[in-house]
Design a binder for this molecule. Structure first.
Ligand SMILES: [Cu+2]
Length: 95
């Protein structure tokens, strides 16, 4: 039983360190001007797991490219947007 737990832990660590770079498409509600877009880009870009965040204002869409090796959790995206005063509508992972 102990060995099982150890293996599961080791595997978990191995898998998380192999997290590949992803593109995450996020639909956001509450964006009304280009300052909103800038704020979202700035706050998301500040996350350690984010390589870049780009807003397509007309589509209310944020395209996030993540850093290789660090998983970007949905909950963290949601918290960052909520803290900035916006509402997360949907998250789609492209690869
Ligand atoms: Cu605004």
């Amino acid at each position: 039983m102990k060995i099982c737990a150890f293996l599961a832990l080791a595997l978990g660590i191995a898998l998380s360190s192999y997290a590949h770079a992803e593109t995450v498409l996020v639909k956001v509600e509450g964006m009304v001007c280009s300052s909103c877009a800038k704020k979202i880009e700035k706050d998301l870009s500040a996350l350690p797991s984010v390589q870049s965040a780009k807003v397509e204002f007309k589509k209310h869409l944020v395209r996030i490219d993540t850093q290789k090796g660090i998983q970007l959790e949905d909950a963290l995206i949601e918290k960052t947007l909520t803290d900035a005063g916006f509402h997360l509508k949907s998250i789609k992972r492209v690869n």
